[in-house]
Design a protein around this ligand. Structure first.
Ligand SMILES: Cc1cc2nc3c(=O)[nH]c(=O)nc-3n(C[C@H](O)[C@H](O)[C@H](O)COP(=O)(O)OP(=O)(O)OC[C@H]3O[C@@H](n4cnc5c(N)ncnc54)[C@H](O)[C@@H]3O)c2cc1C
Length: 360
């Protein structure tokens, strides 16, 4: 019997397994895929996220995980266009391949003593006296595990979450198109904000010689993907003379949209499974890691606290959940005037900071 079972070897699950194993908890981490698996993602790690990874894992994200160019700065463009945008030359965003990144984190968990099982898909969880029984479909049929705690880190369409609450969570789709044409973009992550294109934002990222165009789509808050992409490409052509050519592929997946759920009893939901993703920027890796830390804190402190481990986790992770809910409400009422105001405010702050730095 293991003390903890983690379902899903994405950044949330791998971090939880790493922290549990490092604390001496016998841990198994399972994934339905063969690792490294493909994950549809922009693959961008913000500076605060990479600093947290360095603090937790004790090492920098290794070179083999990066794509070209490995480090990007940030350009933010408001609805009124490029000339009112700003560049943040000191931003350091790491440009990674998600399959390799997630596998690296999972191997760190294994190096700490966690047991990894691939091609093993969770099908069912049952309470049985003093333990949980989780059933998985593996290569050789059904496997059962009796565990004290189960962490559901199985992504936005989480089976763990459906077993606890039924139904599926509220989501936004993020769609990406890959083009061979590079245009004249800098080695930067371009975030472009215009409500008639996306209720969150549209972006441009260079990846291994391609240009990736991406945007968020919500069924009632903005246009469908085809309309959104044709407006986006037109805007890029007007602002950057960019003619998207050499189409390679289109892909899409969902991100959570404000529907936070912590779990019940001995089952804790983290990362996308728990709805922990910043809905405005789509930043889910950092929130996955933060919720994993909270879940491990709850498991490690359980003996000293009353109530279930899920109650304790709810208390520890509530500030993260609250932040996600607040940002979701903000997105729901966002107008182009507000997008413009917010970006101009940030731009002014950046100009102020650079004046202070120049004077120092
Ligand atoms: C197009 C797009 C672009 C994005 N860009 C960024 C970005 O640039 N930066 C950023 O921070 N975030 C980004 N995100 C969000 C980010 O990808 C997610 O928030 C993040 O992957 C969540 O991590 P996780 O560990 O919770 O889940 P996941 O990474 O989804 O991992 C879940 C794992 O669970 C496994 N699994 C699923 N079901 C089962 C089961 N029943 N049994 C066993 N295993 C199972 C899956 O195989 C998978 O490996 C983007 C999302 C999309 C869709």
């Amino acid at each position: 019997m293991y003390d903890a079972l983690v379902v899903g070897a994405g950044p949330a699950g791998a971090t939880a397994a790493f922290l549990l194993a490092r604390s001496g908890i016998s841990t198994v981490i399972l994934d339905k895929s063969v690792l490294p698996r493909k994950k549809i993602c922009g693959g961008l790690i913000t500076a605060h996220c990479s600093a947290e990874i360095k603090r937790l894992f004790g090492v920098e994200i290794p070179e083999e995980v990066h794509v070209e160019p490995p480090i990007l700065t940030e350009w933010v463009i408001p609805p009124s266009g490029r000339e009112n945008g700003f560049h943040n030359p000191s931003s350091r965003i790491q440009n990674i391949d998600r399959g390799r990144f997630d596998y690296w984190l999972t191997r760190m968990a294994v190096a700490e003593g966690a047991t990894l099982l691939c091609s093993t898909e969770l099908v069912d969880i049952r309470e049985n006296h003093d333990a949980l029984v989780a059933r998985f479909r593996g290569e050789n049929g059904i496997v059962k595990f009796r565990v004290s705690h189960l962490i559901g880190a199985d992504g936005v369409y989480s089976t763990c979450r459906r077993r606890l609450y039924g139904g599926s969570q509220s989501t936004i789709s993020v769609v990406q198109e890959y083009y061979a044409e590079r245009g004249t973009f800098e080695d930067a992550f371009y975030l472009l904000f215009r409500g008639d294109i996306s209720p969150i934002y549209a972006y441009v990222v260079p990846k291994d010689g391609c240009t990736v165009l991406g945007l968020g789509v919500h069924r009632s808050l903005g246009p469908p993907a085809t309309v959104a992409f044709s407006r986006f490409r037109k805007w890029l052509s007007e602002e950057y003379d960019y003619e998207a050519g050499g189409f390679i592929r289109r892909e899409g997946w969902s991100i959570p949209f404000g529907d936070v759920a912590y779990g019940e009893g001995r089952v804790l939901l983290i990362g996308d499974a728990g709805g922990f993703c910043e809905p405005f920027t789509g930043e889910g890796i950092y929130f996955g890691i933060e919720s994993a830390k909270a879940a491990v804190t709850a498991i490690l402190s359980k003996e000293d606290a009353s109530g279930s481990v899920a109650d304790l986790y709810r208390r520890v992770a509530d500030p993260i959940g609250e932040k996600v809910r607040e940002i979701t409400d903000y997105v729901l009422t966002l107008t182009d005037e507000e997008r413009e105001r917010r970006i101009q405010e940030k731009r002014a702050k950046l100009v102020e900071q650079s004046k202070v730095l120049a004077a120092a």
